[in-house]
Structure formats: C-alpha cells, structure tokens
Design a protein around this ligand. Structure first.
Ligand SMILES: Cc1cc2nc3c(=O)[nH]c(=O)nc-3n(C[C@H](O)[C@H](O)[C@H](O)COP(=O)(O)O)c2cc1C
Ligand code: SF4
Length: 680
C-alpha cells in the first residue's frame, strides 16, 4: 500500500519538494520563551519532522507589530533577534527531512490592549470582538502604512530565518477584518466595495512580494466563506481567493470556512468531539477547483482514512491533521510502516487549544510527551536493565498508561481491574453520546497493552494478597476514587452521584437539581446527560460562572444543549444539605456573599464534586514497600530516575498515581504514570 498510498505521494509546491501530503497547520502552542521560538518550540516541531511529516507550519500567527500583542504566547516577528531562533528551528526540522513555514499576522481587534506595550488595539472599524473583548480604534492612514511595512519586515526576517515559506493569516485577523462587512464599516478607499475591502490585504501581499522576491513561497490562510449572515459571503470569499490566485502573487490557499468572533463560532472552525468529521472538506475542494492553486485545509480530519480520501478525491493537495499530530507526531511514519493501528488517536477533546486561552501552553489530554520533548518520550524504548515484574491496580487512564509504558519497556505486566472493562471514569464520561469518542483514550491503550503482552485480570477487586502473590518488583496503585460527598452537612444518603446517573445505576429524575462544584468537564457532562434525558434541570454552582475550567472550544456544545432544554443556571450557590420532603427532596443552598438560604424541592439532587481517593490498598502495601510509597519530587521534576529506598527489606517499589492520589484530570493521571514508568 505504501508505494501507492495517496498520502505518501510527494508534492511539488513551486520549487519545494514535499515528501508526502501530511501537514500540520499553524497553531500557537504558547511554547515561546520571551516571545521567541527557543528549544521547547524547536523540539516540538522537530518531533513531527522525525515522525515523517512533510510540512509543519509554525507560529500560530506570529505577530508582525507591537500593536498586535500576543493573544497567547505568539512569536514576536517584529524583533530582529527572532531570526536566530527561526534559523535553529528550521535547521532542526530540515535535518529530519521536513519543510517548515511560518504563519504571520496582525491580530487587529483579536487581542488585548492591556498586554506588552499597552498600545491601542486597532481594527478597520471600532467594533469590538466578543471573544477578546477589546474596544478597538479604527485604523488611520498612518497605521495602515506602518502595519504594511511591519508585514514586509517580518516576512524578510522569516526568509532570513531559513523558513521555506510564509502564510498570512486571513481569518478573524486584521487582513480579513477588512474583507468582512461585519467588521469593516469604513467609508474611505478601504471600505465599501469588495475592491476597497481587499485593498489592505492586496497591499500587504504586494509589499511582502516586493521585499522577499518572487521565488519565496507565500500563501494565504484565508476564510473563503464566513458562513455568517453579517459576514463575508461565499461568493465574495471565492472571488477574493480567485483574484489572489490570478494575481500570481500567492502560491497556495489554506482554506477556512466560518468565522471566529465568538467561542461558539470558533468551535465550528476548530470542531471538536462530537462534531462531524471533516465538515469543510468538500468546500475546500470547491475552492481548489475554482482557484487552481494548491490547496491546504484542516478541520477535524483526524483519521488517516479521511485524510487519504481528501487527497485521493482531489479535494486537497496538502491535508492538515493538526491536532492529530499534537496527539501523535509520528503519523506519517506509522502509515509508511503499515502501523496505522499504532497511531494515538486525537479524540477531539480540545484540551490543547482551550489551555492556551487560559494562559497555559498547549498540552494534549492524553499525550504528555507533546510539548515536553526534552524529557518525555513519544516512543518508549525498551529498558536496558533486567526484565521486571510490574503489577498495576486499576485500569483507568493512569493504570493503563503505566501498564502501556512498563510493557513497552519490556517488563512483565499484570493489570488488575475491579470492573469488567477498562476505562474507569473515562468509560463513564463516554456515556454522553456526543462525547463517546473520549473512549479512544482507553481503547488505544488497551490495544497497545495487549500488543505488549499485558495480562488483564478483570472483575477482580485486588487485595494486598493478590498483589503480593505476583511477586512484583514494582506496584502502581491506580485505583482512582469514589464520588466525593463529604462536603454535605446532611443528606449524603439522599443524593445521587453523577456516576450513578452515567452508569445507569440510577435513572434521571423528572425534576433535578444538579450541584456542580467540580467546574470542569465532569460537571457539564452530567448536566448535558440529564438535560438530554428530559429532566427538568437546575444547575447550581458556587462559582461566579458555570464551569470555569471548561475552555472556549468545549463549552459551546454543552451550553447549546442546556439552552435547548431550558436548563436553569444558578451561580453563587453552595449546596449545604438535603432532607426528605414527602416523596421529594428539599435542598438547601447558601449564597456565600449575603449568607442567604435558598430552598428547592425536587425529585432528585445530583452531585458532582470530584472524587475522594480510593487508597486503602496503597496504605496497606506501603509499609512493606522499599520506598514506603515515597516519590522523590526533585528527581521527578528534573527527569531523573527514582532511587528512594526507605525500607531496604522491602521487596517492591510502590507508586500511587492518578486520582488515587487526588481528584484531577486525565492528563494529570497519564502524566503521573508516564514520568514514573518511563525510567523503570
Ligand atoms: C492549540 C491550537 C492553536 C491554534 N492556533 C492557531 C493559529 O494561531 N492560527 C491558525 O491559523 N490556526 C490556529 N489553530 C487552528 C489549527 O491550525 C487548525 O485549523 C485546527 O486545529 C483544525 O484542524 P485539526 O482538526 O486538524 O486540528 C490552532 C489550533 C490549536 C489546536
Ligand atoms: S487534547 Fe484532544 S483535541 Fe487536542 S490533540 Fe489531544 S486528543 Fe486531540
């Protein structure tokens, strides 16, 4: 297959030979240090090059001017020092056979004035973007001249930094803010007719071309249809693409459909879990047919079969699998080696993108090596030491990861699980139909474990004797937790946990009060499940907003469901107690600000308050272990192997991981496991 696989066919872009059709489109992982793409940034992209990708586009819109301050760690292309860092990165990526380009932009109104140099945010017209919430100033003539110059200067730095090409970001940013009738209300030569609205971007493209010459590769990542009654129509978008293509100034179009002025809108451009596969692929194919320039595109093309179809059917020249490469940077290599089933799937969780909007760096929910390439392996190497016996208790994400890594190291692994299937809390979460894809995190690990000979023992609630009977050298306790109800003053026996509902142990009531003091996906998952089941739902949260830990691309589908089912959302209320009221329940909620008490009578009170660790087995085994359960945090953080010995007579080393320590998330659980197991 490899020889004829459409995905593995080379592609010639102008003078540049791309070794296959795999592309990672621009995405800002916020790995910059001082605005520069230093070691972490470089290693992240080099890993994809090692994994066989043809082209990686760096810089989620690297910014060209100080009045476009980073929205989330963007590269500062207006500084000369960037050239050196680009050069190092380009050399590293090239050394592994891939090409590297960079996306540049002026963010326009899509940023904030209270950052970096505190310059006013600018836009074609003084219209606020709801997502970033800055009130912009309408650009003046001297702004336009200055910004065009900045684009050309930045493009020159990219060329000098050894990039193979550049791409101008034209969706939701300054260039296309001029195109869109929704954001351009000008009455000068930059507003009104399509010619006028295109003037700024055309001047930018001309200025760049004049500066970098005709040979350098230049493309547009452009919206060709804002899919918005107020916005750029499909006809106008196509016309813009055709005009740029006909100008001969651009070498490719990277197609976007949709707009991004709200989180809800963005969730369709970067579609996540539960969204249709490749929703804009056919449209991208239409742009290709209409422009006759090479076309790139990415939007939820997550699996190799869909990617193959995109190329084979002539819709795309280069197929963007951006989050798919965040989850697994070695896709091309695995395809070429006939190991497609080894590809760690992107499950569309959106943890990567949502984190950057919270000021964090992009991390994959189930690949803790991404962005940590200096310390964490994407490929687990066999241990050079003796083969050891490893017992893992609990087949949730932490336990499965420990078993996967330990077995890939070549050790003999037994995995005890009390339930009849692996997955723990992930399996519960997968009961919400829209998010069932999350089970991919479990399925991939089970398959990898089976491949490496892990012995699964299901339906066994492991006691210490079961563990010791295996004569282990190492024991991982990944027993997870149980729903936490300890906070209630009264009525723990009357409430229903989110687990009861999701597992089917309890049926959703007719009228339900859901108390969500988790604030993350678990709370909204049970909320949507109840709403979709037909319960009349009120969600009470002690926070000042619902689900503060659920990010921008994830909350819109939940909120859509809650709105559709008229769920009532009550903030600033903490559940204090639950009592019986005839055949119903009476819940007392307290407002922490004025201490007022609020009573609700409902059929069912459902609680989501995280978990309490299930740690009995750990504490039973602890005295007999060599390390007495201790982890050397200094060594852990510095990426050195664990060497704690507190009880030389102990026959095994004991680690507790995941929610068996404390209620956290999937990434934390898997990272616990990887960083301890990778060195054994
Ligand atoms: C962490 C993250 C940051 C992103 N930042 C940008 C960006 O700065 N510019 C851009 O054009 N697209 C950005 N994107 C969108 C991606 O380029 C891509 O269009 C999107 O992830 C959909 O493709 P996929 O389904 O293959 O991941 C970002 C995506 C992610 C995951
Ligand atoms: S966090 Fe989710 S969406 Fe992002 S790469 Fe990982 S699996 Fe994919």
């Amino acid at each position: 297959m490899a020889a004829t696989d459409p995905l593995l066919q080379p592609f010639r872009l102008k003078h540049l030979d791309l070794r296959n059709r795999f592309l990672s489109t621009a995405h800002e992982p916020a790995y910059t240090e001082d605005g520069m793409p230093k070691a972490r940034y470089r290693l992240y992209h080099a890993e994809k090059a090692k994994g066989g990708i043809a082209l990686t586009m760096i810089g989620g819109s690297a910014v060209v001017a100080p009045d476009s301050p980073p929205a989330f760690g963007n590269i500062l292309l207006y500084k000369d020092e960037v050239v050196r860092w680009l050069r190092e990165l380009a050399d590293d990526v090239h050394a592994h056979g891939a090409a590297v380009m960079i996306q540049l932009t002026h963010l326009g109104r899509r940023t904030s004035w209270s950052k970096a140099d505190w310059l006013p945010v600018v836009a074609p017209s003084a219209i606020r973007e709801p997502a970033h919430r800055a009130f912009p100033k309408a650009v003046e003539d001297w702004d336009i001249a200055r910004i065009i110059q900045s684009y050309a200067d930045a493009a020159e730095r990219c060329r000098d930094g050894g990039m193979d090409g550049i791409e101008i970001e034209c969706y939701g940013h300054l260039a296309d803010q001029f195109w869109s009738p929704a954001t351009n209300r000008r009455d000068d030569e930059y507003g009104g007719s399509l010619d006028n609205r295109m003037r700024f971007s055309a001047e930018v493209v001309r200025a760049i071309r004049t500066r970098i010459g005709g040979d350098f590769i230049l493309g547009l990542r452009m919206v060709c249809d804002e899919d918005w009654e107020k916005g750029l129509s499909r006809e106008e978008g196509m016309t813009i693409a055709q005009r740029f293509a006909a100008s001969g100034d651009i070498d490719f179009v990277n197609v976007i459909r949709g707009h991004i002025e709200t989180d809800e809108a963005l969730s369709h451009v970067v579609p996540g879990m539960g969204a249709r596969s490749a929703p804009h692929l056919d449209f991208a194919g239409e742009v290709r047919a209409a422009t006759r320039v090479p076309v790139f595109h990415a939007a939820r093309i997550q699996d190799v079969a869909t990617a193959r179809h995109a190329v084979a059917s002539g819709k795309l020249d280069m197929v963007g699998m951006t989050r798919a490469h965040i989850a697994d940077p070695h896709i091309a290599l695995k395809v070429a080696e006939g190991r497609e089933d080894d590809i760690r799937p992107c499950v569309g969780m959106g943890y990567c993108i949502d984190r950057i909007y919270f000021g964090g760096e992009a991390l994959c929910i189930h690949n803790p090596a991404t962005g940590r390439e200096d310390a964490m392996p994407h490929v687990v190497a066999p241990s050079p030491g003796p083969r050891r016996k490893v017992v893992v208790v609990g087949a949730g994400p932490a336990g499965l990861e420990a078993a996967r890594v330990a077995s890939a190291r070549g050790h003999g692994v037994v995995l005890f699980e009390a339930a009849s299937e692996a997955g723990g809390q992930i399996r519960l979460a997968a009961h919400l139909g829209r998010r069932r894809e999350i089970i991919g995190i479990v399925d991939w690990r089970v398959a990898q474990c089976e491949k490496h000979g892990v012995g699964f023992r299901y339906n066994l609630y492991a006691e210490s004797e079961d563990v010791l009977a295996e004569h282990p050298d190492l024991v991982f306790i990944a027993t997870g937790g149980l729903p936490n109800l300890a906070f209630l003053d009264a009525g723990t026996e009357l409430v229903t946990t989110s687990w009861d509902i999701l597992s089917g142990a309890a049926k959703p009531g007719e009228s339900v009060l859901l108390f969500d003091d988790n604030g993350a996906d678990a709370g909204l998952t049970i909320a949507e499940f109840l709403a979709e089941s037909g319960s009349r739902l009120e969600i009470a949260t002690p926070e000042r907003t619902l689900a503060p830990d659920v990010g921008g691309t994830n909350y819109p589908p939940y909120f859509k469901s809650l709105a559709r089912h008229n769920a009532v959302i009550s903030i600033n209320l903490r559940l204090e107690s639950v009592t019986r009221a005839g055949n119903r329940l009476a819940a007392t909620l307290v407002n922490p600000y004025d201490k007022s008490r609020h009573l609700r009578q409902v059929d069912q009170v459902v609680v989501e308050h995280g978990t309490m660790p299930l740690d009995e087995l750990y504490f039973t085994l602890k005295p007999g272990s060599r390390n007495r359960g201790e982890v050397d945090y200094a060594a852990l953080v510095a990426d050195r192997p664990q060497e704690v010995v507190r009880n030389p007579a102990g026959l095994f080393t004991l680690y507790r991981i995941g929610d068996a320590i404390a209620s956290r998330n999937i990434h934390a659980a898997i990272y616990d496991a990887l960083r301890l197991a990778k060195d054994i």
